[in-house]
Write a new protein. Sequence first.
Length: 239
Amino acid sequence: MRPWLGILCLFLLWSCGKKGPPVPPEAVRPERPQDLTLKLHPHFVELSFSLPLENVRGEALKGLKAILLEKRRYRPSDPALGWTKVLKLPFKGDLASERRFFWRDRELRPGFCYRYRVAVLKGFRSQSDWSEAQSFCWTVPPKPPEDFQVKVLVPHQVFLYWKPVTRNLWGEPLPVAPLYRLWRRSLKGETSFPPIADTSFYDETVIPGESYCYAVEALLPYYGTLVPSFKTPEFCVKP
């Protein structure tokens, strides 16, 4: 036997040993999306979630084909009745730079609740598990507060007040009294205070000499959801 034939056989055996059995697509499916979040606006809901960066074997994903979004709509009085559909949204982003996926649903009907969950699709037979579900109930949002006023008090306090909101965006009377949420923006960023039932508020946490901009929105309770109004225009002061 010629020496070079032996070397060739050893090389072929070594090469074959490096190869394992083919892996089915479902065995290397992406990890499921995490941190599904719903943010309500007066005209839509914004969904966002963290995109998976690895498959179930801990290997880095090179790309995704689509986002699968399951939407269920039902009456709050009878959750068992309703309809469910799955939307397939093409993914054209870059996993190296996009860490979250955002999508807005403007097809909301008053008097219904909505539940969402998401999955990602890598390719044929390579779909992630579904995320945890998030839900809310929807009604006509309230009107924004009117006559919003902000005054600086001695020594270093800010007093805010506004008229109570009594009607929704369709001009109909509200079924219950709304709550109110105040927003404050400064050089440190934007923050919000816990919802209150009153139409006035003292901010005793300001720092003298710094500028603060405030806005307020109404929140209508509806089957466990606080449906928001539009925010008022900002009012800025320097205590």
